[in-house]
Design a protein around this ligand. Structure first.
Ligand code: HAM
Length: 424
């Protein structure tokens, strides 16, 4: 009788060894660019009190209403797996007094959890690399953040596939006034609204701007525009931001319907979207959130940030084919007990002397044919071979597994490290 296997949860996946080189390459590129711009890494908890997300992301948002993994902890407090990184980052900065130490440029990376309907590019455990800036009022730092992300896409070879969309949400009061006018207008056309938008009309009307429903989009074209409700300061802010972007040649589009699904934003909101028409086409998003630090109990602190979806960026990169480097440098083959014992010694010597190389020593015996087959399958660049002859003559044989034009060589064991070093 066979025992039933246990599957992973829907939308929650392992990242397999073959995928890892691409993940590491992306993380390294992003990390290096963040370093260039003076950001320091912070590592944040995966689990927080649910109240933190309610108070920051907003009670009436999809994330808080339906997507959080929340449960009662043993002490009867509701806790949640983090659906995003900003709230936890603000909490940590307040708790550890970082905001009193001058402006902060921070970044983090890791898994986030949202119980959404899984589909290509949308998972229940997904990964973000995010960055947050505290203590700097805009718009220079906003523009610098957009320039930094633009630099990233260019470095990754994705510049031709992404578009920056920006919008200004103005201040809380401006948005409030706009919201009243929008509700007033949409209420007169309530029957043309789809079910989702009708629900949002009373709960979170600005999210209707995001609707993909064709009839709603027709209505919105005639609706009051948020831009008309911005005061002189908000308009000036956006205008100055645009001057920077133009100066630095960061291409962008103003999207008056861009509102974002999290409640903490003011002034700038932005999304990097791909040209693809697929639903999950936002690869990176963020904006300014000047009110959030006080909302979470800290001193008034201007702030902004973004997060990119690692899986979505990797999907684009794999479409643009990234070269996977061969992960393994050498596979060590030995036939006979004496060869194996001497081989393991030499292998450890190489690990001491050439720490950047990666090696596998053959386990499990077998003749040369069988071991060479394993070496080939491993993807290694070299086979390092010891048999009876090599042991007797204190030599070792090196064979390229990737390039047939490179002749096989037998060299003294004492020269092995020097020889292999020249290959790196
Ligand atoms: P967000 O737009 O909710 O913003 O998420 C940022 C990015 O994470 C999205 O653009 C997308 O690429 C990726 N993402 C979100 N949900 C999923 C999912 N279910 N599966 C795969 N990828 C996903 C935030 O999270 C804000 N904290 C960003 C921010 C930082 N704003 C200011 N600072």
């Amino acid at each position: 009788m066979s025992i039933e296997t246990i599957p992973s949860l829907k939308g929650i996946h392992a990242i397999l060894p073959d995928q890892i080189p691409a993940w590491l390459a992306l993380e390294q590129t992003v990390g290096q660019i963040l370093h260039q711009y003076g950001y320091r890494q912070i590592r944040l908890p995966y689990l927080e009190y649910t109240e933190l997300f309610r108070r920051s992301i907003g009670e009436v948002t999809d994330v808080v209403e339906k997507e959080m993994y929340s449960f009662m902890d043993a002490d009867d407090k509701s806790v949640s797996l983090r659906p995003e990184g900003t709230a936890g980052c603000v909490r940590a900065c307040i708790e550890h007094g970082l905001l009193r130490q001058g402006a902060q440029r921070l970044w983090y990376s890791g898994p986030m959890f949202r119980r959404e309907r899984p589909q290509r590019g949308r998972y229940r455990q997904f990964h973000q690399i995010g960055a947050e800036v505290f203590g700097l009022a805009g718009p220079a730092v906003d523009a610098e953040m957009l320039k930094m992300t633009w630099r990233l896409w260019r470095q990754l070879g994705l510049a031709g596939q992404v578009q920056l969309q920006i919008n200004s949400l103005g201040t809380h009061e401006e948005r409030q006034r706009y919201s009243t006018a929008l509700v007033h207008y949409l209420q007169q056309h309530k029957n043309s609204l789809d079910e989702d938008s009708q629900r949002r009309l009373t709960r979170n009307p600005l999210r209707i701007l995001d609707s993909k429903d064709a009839a709603v989009q027709v209505l919105l074209a005639q609706a009051p525009q948020l831009a008309d409700f911005l005061g002189p300061e908000s308009r000036d802010y956006l205008a100055r931001l645009r001057v920077y972007l133009d100066d630095w040649q960061v291409p962008y589009l103003i999207n008056p319907y861009l509102v974002r699904g999290l409640d903490y934003y003011c002034h700038l909101v932005f999304e990097w979207v791909t040209a693809s028409t697929a639903a999950q086409n936002t690869i990176c998003a963020g904006g300014r959130y000047d009110g959030l630090v006080t909302q979470l109990g800290g001193e008034p602190t201007p702030a902004l940030g973004f997060a990119l979806g690692v899986e979505r960026v990797l999907m684009l990169l794999s479409a643009a084919t990234v070269m996977m480097p061969a992960a393994l440098d050498g596979y060590w083959i030995w036939v006979g007990e004496a060869a194996e014992r001497r081989g393991w010694q030499l292998l450890e010597w190489c690990r001491d002397e050439i720490p950047q190389a990666s090696w596998i020593g053959h386990c499990g015996g077998g003749n040369f044919k069988k071991q060479f087959a394993k070496a080939d399958k491993s993807g290694a660049r070299w086979a390092i071979v010891l048999g009876e002859t090599e042991v007797a003559e204190h030599t070792v044989t090196i064979k390229s597994l990737r390039d047939p034009a490179v002749p096989q060589q037998t060299i003294p064991q004492a020269e092995l490290v020097a020889y292999l070093r020249r290959q790196f």
